[in-house]
Ligand binder design. Sequence first.
Ligand code: MN
Length: 198
Amino acid sequence: TLPALPYAHEALEPHFDTLTMQIHHGKHHQAYVDNLNKAVAGTPNEGKSLDELVKAAGSISPAVRNNGGGFYNHNLFWTVMSPNGGGLPTGDLLAAIERDLGSFDEFKTAFAKAGVTQFGSGWAWLCVKDGKLEVCGTPNQDNTLMPGVGCGGTPILGMDVWEHAYYLHYQNRRPDYIEAFFNVINWDEVARRYAEAK
Ligand code: MN
């Protein structure tokens, strides 16, 4: 089932506009939920957890891959943003970013580049693999839990760069949307996910 947004649709203004949030959560995310339910209904995959489905998605069916990924990715996406977000991470997470990626600025540059250069639709990720942080991008609704996507590990921060995430407000200006995303990142939630995954 579709999880509720952890804040109001207008809460991320002016960075993310209200209408985009309403359509993105209420229509796009809902469609991934509905289509995943349809794809597994009456099959042995019906009883599997979302994590199991996503990890095996490539070998099940394109419908499970696309909609299971879409469900998983948006579940994560809403929680790693907050109206009180932005700024810098602290503590263990900041230390790990500096250790594995050089500095916060280098992380930001690499993460933004992963989003800007993703051709067509996809996601940029900060993920944890064997205890180390990595930045990468994946196409469509793939994510770093899926084998063979070119990067791997547990995603702890994801940025949606599908046009549906930004086109109403930013039109073709994906880099401006990415800059705005940094103003709403919920670093407390990313740090919680890091502690769990490392
Ligand atoms: Mn989306």
